[in-house]
Design a protein around this ligand. Sequence first.
Ligand SMILES: CC(C)(COP(=O)(O)OP(=O)(O)OC[C@H]1O[C@@H](n2cnc3c(N)ncnc32)[C@H](O)[C@@H]1OP(=O)(O)O)[C@@H](O)C(=O)NCCC(=O)NCCS
Length: 311
Amino acid sequence: MSAGILGMGKFIPEHVVTNTDLEKVMDTSDEWIRTRTGIEERRIADDDTDTSDMAFAAAEQAIQNAGLTPADIDLILVATVTPDHPFPSVACLLQDRLGARTIPAMDISAACSGFMYGMVTAKQFIDTDTFRHVLVVGVEKLSKITDWEDRGTAVLFGDAAAAAVLGHVSDGKGILSFELGADGSGSKYLYQDDKFIKMNGREVFKFAVRQMGESAVHVVEKAGLKKEDIDYLIPHQANIRIMEASRERLEIPEEKMIKTIQKYGNTSASSIPLALLDAVESGQITDGDLIVMVGFGGGLTWGALTLRWGK
Ligand SMILES: CC(C)(COP(=O)(O)OP(=O)(O)OC[C@H]1O[C@@H](n2cnc3c(N)ncnc32)[C@H](O)[C@@H]1OP(=O)(O)O)[C@@H](O)C(=O)NCCC(=O)NCCS
């Protein structure tokens, strides 16, 4: 038995903000955003919807799709850098909202790599039979820490949540290998000051291209697989040019890379699970497919894993 995904859920805010909408409020253009990032539109949550509300909607759906109830969950991990409050954690708010038992609940702060950190943490508890079912949520309301006067960052981000319930799956399925890492010396390139996201785009770009490619190759090797075995690559949806670089490094064709950046922008911790769920719902990813997921983010952090889809 190994640890894999039993069910997933998502929350996508209704309000769509297109590049053309942004042209009206800042000095930018649809053409610049599309060609430099691949983003066409993003979703922005309304004022009444906070991070825990989005997490709750996604989590409820994931638990239901796993065929479970909140009482079956043994641990809650929420990957986010935009919690409702510094404390209590979103995970604690979520535990209460779900009506789960008094199980452990905590947030993970690893920015856009957060969901990878969450999946790998869940796996440790499942593999050791400490916990049976772990709820992992990737959720961000980045719009509340976005400086709408800074065109260098404002055009990139979006709000969303995606959740997965992890538990035992049959042999050969689930998480086959993983890699996590961090390099705090790069903290100056991507961070939040008193209020807003600050970023050195070029430095983050260089780091991301190198790290995404390397980590993706490492996890394939660690699983004893070859590049040709990969059915789908799900890179963190930050910039299409970074995503393409990791695809080229893995030498896999265009149609094998899952791409949702055009419609959601960079949703940080929710980007990878959201792309995965989109591909599962559309029927693209099916039982037995071998998936490589790879993310990077503020910290700087990174995380990658190989997952054989199915229970
Ligand atoms: C942010 C990013 C898209 C910028 O693309 P780039 O090709 O590096 O662009 P540059 O920063 O070199 O800027 C080029 C020009 O475009 C301008 N520009 C920046 N943002 C712009 C915008 N939204 N609209 C129009 N022009 C913009 C710059 O001011 C600069 O103008 P200048 O040459 O007159 O100084 C790119 O660096 C990137 O994606 N980096 C990684 C960011 C990331 O993934 N962050 C999340 C990590 S989880």
